[in-house]
Design a protein around this ligand. Sequence first.
Ligand SMILES: Nc1nc2c(ncn2[C@@H]2O[C@H](COP(=O)(O)OP(=O)(O)O)[C@@H](O)[C@H]2O)c(=O)[nH]1
Ligand SMILES: *[C@@H]1O[C@H](CO)[C@@H](O)[C@H](O)[C@H]1NC(C)=O
Ligand SMILES: *[C@@H]1O[C@H](CO)[C@@H](O)[C@H](O)[C@H]1NC(C)=O
Ligand SMILES: *[C@@H]1O[C@H](CO)[C@@H](O)[C@H](O)[C@H]1NC(C)=O
Ligand SMILES: *[C@@H]1O[C@H](CO)[C@@H](O)[C@H](O)[C@H]1NC(C)=O
Ligand SMILES: *[C@@H]1O[C@H](CO)[C@@H](O)[C@H](O)[C@H]1NC(C)=O
Length: 423
Amino acid sequence: MERFNFKISKFMGATLNSIAFKCVFVLVAVLILRALLLPSIPAIVSRVEWGNIVYIRNDPQESRLFLEVPQIVWGLNNQKIAFARACLTARMLNRTLLMPSLSASLFYKEIDLLQPISFDKVFQFQKFNELCNGFVQLGRYSDLSNRTRVLELQKGSGRKWTLERDLEQLREHSKGSSFEDYEVIRIIGKNPFLWHDHWPVKDYAKVFECLVLVDEFAKEADRVVSRIRRTTVGSSSLKPLPYVAVHMRVEIDWMIHCKKLEQRLNTNQICSSKDEIIQRVARIPGLETPAVVYLAVADKLLRNSSVLEGWGEGFVPFEKKKLGVEGIYSKYPYLIQSAIDYEVCLRADIFVGNSFSTFSSLIVLERTQKMIKKGESESSSNKTWPSYAYNIKGESNGPKRWITNMSDLSLQAISYGTTHISS
Ligand SMILES: Nc1nc2c(ncn2[C@@H]2O[C@H](COP(=O)(O)OP(=O)(O)O)[C@@H](O)[C@H]2O)c(=O)[nH]1
Ligand SMILES: *[C@@H]1O[C@H](CO)[C@@H](O)[C@H](O)[C@H]1NC(C)=O
Ligand SMILES: *[C@@H]1O[C@H](CO)[C@@H](O)[C@H](O)[C@H]1NC(C)=O
Ligand SMILES: *[C@@H]1O[C@H](CO)[C@@H](O)[C@H](O)[C@H]1NC(C)=O
Ligand SMILES: *[C@@H]1O[C@H](CO)[C@@H](O)[C@H](O)[C@H]1NC(C)=O
Ligand SMILES: *[C@@H]1O[C@H](CO)[C@@H](O)[C@H](O)[C@H]1NC(C)=O
């Protein structure tokens, strides 16, 4: 809420008619008008001093009430989804989300290996608040007042903790002025995926749009992409070759997970062997060859380093080592490596991924948004930023065309776990 402090009592009675007072009065009036008319000035607290008049304005969009969440864990995109849910929870509670810790390491069972990494070491803090202004906001712990009152909100897991029950609990805590006495609501609980999926795809997309990598890592992604673009074959050296990024999800962690999932869902359309991936990519309709294929894989988690073998004529496959960019990646922990790879896939001429992977799903979501922004959705063909799922058979035995349905009512419908993809 706006708050004005006028220390003008000293003026009262003494110099009411003085010209100086009139000038000051006009200035104050202007400041008030400015504050009312331009509510989106980014400053959280602006302070203008004029003589002994002090005027303080708290930005109305910057809620003085906060939500705190536990450290966010698991893979890059599972972390992004959990982060988005924390943001949307804060939005629902009309609170600013205290900037959470992400995890630099993939291991989530050994707490000491979790390697907390501050959100702003990975994504631009200021940029996030600028882009998400009016939707959700991040705050810093230093924004908290001295006498912070904290309400702990225990989140549950397990069978009793249904989607409805979770939502009901959140609704309860967003109503009623009694909660406004608590500057901080702190969500606690063990399950790293505390946040249930209560929001439409568009809301998630809005949060993801505000996530911009810090310059250091964005530059590393630029370097990798320019290496790929520099690749030439034979005499076709003038025009850059098209580059296909394939999120080859064949790492050991995935193979364990996907086999279980296939059994449970009674399907064989999840895992995809290397050979199946190669065959499907070769049958992408209209793909011009020669083409560079960038294999986005976590080299460390590969049992089998033969991913470069078996690609047919016309395909020039690269992974990090062969491309000579291993040095770029190896400087960084898992989370950053994965984030660089994500950027490289995002910018590819063609992306091919696995419809059961959140990594693939969020790339397709961002590419779909780019496509929509370019106004392609109205034209007769959705040709820019094409994406495919190699685990599902599409036209002429190629991979299935993959576009995110932005009108879907939950993220579940478009990520981790579907063979029903829009196309
Ligand atoms: N493409 C790529 N993947 C990586 C890298 N490092 C780790 N990974 C994998 O990416 C996965 C990322 O997890 P996440 O983004 O949550 O997606 P998902 O596990 O595929 O649903 C991890 O499980 C790792 O196997 C990397 O440098 N590049
Ligand atoms: C915080 O507390 C310190 C000492 O307890 C005090 O000097 C300071 O003015 C307080 N600040 C605010 C913003 O209340
Ligand atoms: C949250 O803020 C919105 C917009 O300012 C308002 O309409 C809504 O009533 C608020 N909700 C709560 C629970 O305070
Ligand atoms: C590695 O890949 C090759 C070629 O696809 C395959 O023949 C071999 O069985 C694989 N080895 C392991 C350990 O998966
Ligand atoms: C293109 O994609 C958009 C977004 O999914 C969809 O709404 C539209 O119907 C598609 N257009 C065609 C011609 O397929
Ligand atoms: C997209 O999702 C909405 C909401 O679930 C659904 O009504 C619509 O049919 C879906 N569109 C496509 C192309 O699947």
